[in-house]
Write a protein that binds this ligand. Structure first.
Ligand code: F0G
Length: 465
């Protein structure tokens, strides 16, 4: 134990030297500790990403021990030295060494991550696919995958010395940022499109004590405003997913999926896409698994390649899927007036479109859209046949699969052939309880059967069924 502790205290100092920020466009390299000064490349304006020196990880024997601990089949928990004692051993910070935070004392955590990977045999049978799992990210502390990114983003804000943070949001980002800021005693400012976010999410932001501004416009307007303010006022850190530290937290979902599948890489991963941050993160996670040479560490075949990623958008807000449909890689046509009832992904001008398209093409995956009607029927199907209640946006991957299965003899025959024998993971990003109104639309509680408070009437009602 003593040996492990002293090893990690000696590598923590050097950890810093192995991480940089790199421009996704022109590949200019920046020092991470300088990050607070800009969100984008100062040379070409493109987004930045965190890069790790992989040769260091490959050649460093103790780091391999860490990978072994993290990924071995029969886990006995994470070494104490990697986490503060009060943290869950199954969450995001289990992967501390693969995350660019220097000092563990800066960690702001709600024990996020470690969410259930649930096999869905009923739906798999119905769709005619071999194996299907839902990674239920709605089980995170504030009810969405955003917590993975926020624990890292807010911890980094603390490490960089920020006292104020800001985001624009369709709901989940604001709820998550508000929670982590409350724990870190940071001023939290959130911008939300007025009337366009789910009740549960705004209630969360209020409860956690955020300063909330409702913008008379859409999400894209809100993000433009937040970005401008944070660029001109360097005392506020923008924590939307264009912040590369958010991506570093969100990538851990891929590590977990591989671990939970018994150190095996799935064939397809399907997820909803809005701004494009999460698909970027998921791809980064799977790519890193192959970069660090996990296969040789665990001494087992984990899969010959990373999974194909399928990004699913809502029909009325699908600029990335439309670009993919016509084979474009270098541009998208933003949607001026995006519209979908799946409010979380009602985004017309996704800021991470370039990274998202790169993830889709590099993984040899695809992007597609589904209608709101398909989304809502998939939400009900998942709840009523598997017991998993997700918010509308999170049902988009199931809606896509349903569409592929339904059109297997027509325009989706190629997709179906690719998927029917594969191991599929759908990432269901948010909890259904956040947005009960979406589900209850068109349902009057009055229409549910009412009975008087005696056993006789229950008996009568049951036999009349
Ligand atoms: N699913 C849910 C439940 C979301 O809240 C979001 C995004 C996405 C999927 C799409 O992820 O933007 O990284 O492609 N919600 C953001 C928010 C925009 O403000 O909560 P993405």
């Amino acid at each position: 134990m003593q040996e492990i502790l002293s090893f990690f205290s000696s590598t923590l100092g050097s950890k810093k030297g192995h991480y940089t920020l790199r421009c996704f466009g022109c590949r200019a390299v920046y020092d991470i500790d300088e990050y607070g000064k800009f969100y984008r490349c100062t040379k070409c304006g493109n987004l930045l990403e965190v890069k790790r020196d992989t040769t260091w990880l490959r050649s460093d024997r103790p780091i391999q021990q860490l990978q072994d601990r993290n990924f071995r089949r029969e886990r006995s928990g994470t070494p104490e030295s990697l986490r503060r004692p009060s943290y869950s051993s199954d969450g995001v910070w289990k992967y501390f060494d693969l995350i660019p935070l220097w000092d563990q004392s800066n960690i702001i955590s709600l024990n996020e991550g470690g969410t259930n990977l649930i096999e869905c045999k009923n739906i798999a049978r119905r769709f005619g696919v071999r194996s299907l799992y839902v990674k239920f990210e709605g089980l995170n502390p504030t009810g969405s995958f955003k917590d993975r990114g926020m624990t890292v983003g807010v911890s980094k804000a603390v490490e960089l010395g920020y006292k104020s943070v800001m985001c624009a949001s369709t709901g989940n980002t604001s709820a998550s940022l508000a929670a982590y800021s409350a724990r870190a005693h940071l001023r939290c400012i959130v911008l939300v499109p007025k009337g366009k976010i789910a009740m549960g999410k705004i209630a969360q932001a209020i409860a956690y004590g955020a300063e909330i501004f409702q913008v008379e416009g859409n999400f894209d307007d809100s993000l433009r405003m937040a970005s401008k303010i944070c660029e001109s006022d360097s005392s506020i850190l923008l924590l939307n997913s264009l912040n590369p530290f958010r991506i570093e937290g969100q990538k851990t979902v891929s590590f977990e999926i591989v671990e939970q599948l018994g150190t095996t890489v799935p064939d397809h991963v399907i997820l909803p896409v809005g701004n494009g941050g999460n698909i970027t993160a998921v791809w980064k996670g799977f790519s890193e698994i192959f970069e660090i040479g996990l296969e040789s560490t665990v001494g087992k075949h984990i899969g010959s390649r990373p999974p194909r990623l399928v990004g699913v958008q809502a029909e009325g807000a699908a600029p990335i899927a439309r670009a993919f449909r016509v084979g474009r890689r270098d541009s998208i046509d933003p949607v001026d007036d995006p519209h979908t009832e799946a409010s979380a992904i009602n985004i017309g001008s996704p800021v991470s479109w370039m990274k998202a398209l790169a993830a889709i093409y590099e993984s040899e995956g695809r992007a597609d859209w589904v209608t709101d009607q398909e989304i809502f029927s998939a939400q009900r199907l998942l709840a009523s046949s598997e017991g998993i209640f997700v918010e509308p946006a999170s049902a988009a991957p199931i809606a896509y699969l349903e569409k592929v299965a339904r059109l297997r003899d027509a325009e989706y025959s190629q997709e179906y052939q690719e998927m029917k024998d594969s191991k599929i993971v759908c990432i269901c990003t948010g909890n259904g309880l956040k947005d009960p109104n979406a589900l209850l639309k068109g349902i009057s509680l009055e229409s549910l059967k009412t009975i008087s408070a005696d056993e006789r009437s229950l008996e009568k009602a049951l036999t009349a069924r």
